[in-house]
Write a protein that binds this ligand. Structure first.
Ligand SMILES: C[S@@+](CC[C@H](N)C(=O)[O-])C[C@H]1O[C@@H](n2cnc3c(N)ncnc32)[C@H](O)[C@@H]1O
Length: 249
């Protein structure tokens, strides 16, 4: 045990850091009752995600989908024109943007905290990248989204569940309200309440239908739910809950 006051403070701080760094110390607790802002103070999310995308083949990540079937089905149910503006929040280097381009959508926005992921996506798209705006922003406290044009559809698969703090989710709710146009749609697909407690080694909030509703708030009316168990490249099972919403005019 440390014996001087200064050494004691250092020792206590190091134990705190360890406790908050270990995802299992907080995973699975209710989003409403547990705020992990102290963790975000010591955790550099951008570095984490840039590191993942710099060192891992996209096909080897625990969220890779060769065909983002559920997302595409729900996008189709929105009945949008091909020039409708669609934002994929936490897009990473995902297959959804290329799949939407294949289907003729021409006004897309890819938002992610990782510049490495967005650069990889841009490269993968080649000439088709001209139909995509790339926005590097941190959804725990978005700064860049204000500057972009409103969207007709907000899509988020496996990003919101990383927002474990209530204030972060409040800012997310404010961002979606500001960005989605009054006749717009939203699709959320997150780890379900019977799903895993960590993703990419980080603690997550798990959702049921009511919790997804709360994440968006009153201006959005839920129109459809899909429960879907995704099989990871490693064979692991990851139950997701997806919901499609319509903005109330
Ligand atoms: C599990 S991956 C899902 C990627 C993609 N949506 C998909 O379904 O393939 C989570 C993504 O969210 C991004 N992300 C995590 N935290 C974020 C934050 N605070 N702001 C913006 N993006 C974030 C990561 O960089 C990563 O690309």
């Amino acid at each position: 045990m440390p014996c001087s006051p200064a050494a004691w403070r250092t020792w206590r701080r190091s134990r705190c850091v360890k406790a908050f760094w270990r995802p299992s110390a907080i995973a699975g607790r209710s989003a409403e009752t547990y705020d992990v802002r102290r963790m975000t103070e010591i955790f550099d999310a951008r570095r984490h995600w840039d590191g993942i995308y710099s060192t891992t083949q996209i096909e080897q990540t625990g969220w890779y989908e060769a065909e983002p079937t559920v997302s595409l089905e729900l996008v189709e149910h929105c009945g949008l024109d091909l020039d409708a503006r669609i934002a994929d929040i936490g897009s990473g280097n995902s297959t959804l943007i290329p799949a939407l381009l294949d289907r003729g959508y021409r006004n897309l926005v890819a938002v992610d905290i990782s510049g490495v992921a967005l650069d990889a996506l841009r490269q993968r798209l080649g000439d088709m990248a001209q139909y995509v705006d790339f926005v590097r922003d941190d959804m725990t406290d978005p700064q860049e989204l204000d500057a972009i044009e409103p969207v007709s559809l907000w899509h988020d698969r496996a990003m919101l569940h990383f927002l474990t703090g209530t204030e972060e989710r409040d800012r997310y709710r404010a961002a979606i309200r500001a960005l989605v146009d009054p006749a717009g749609h939203a699709i959320l697909g997150e780890f379900a309440d019977d799903g895993a407690e960590e993703c990419s080694g980080l603690p997550v909030v798990r959702f049921n239908e009511a919790a997804l509703d709360r994440a968006l708030g009153h201006p959005f009316r839920r129109e459809e739910v899909v429960r879907y168990t995704y099989v990871q490249p490693s064979g692991g099972l990851r139950p997701y809950v997806y919901a499609r919403y319509r903005h109330r005019r």
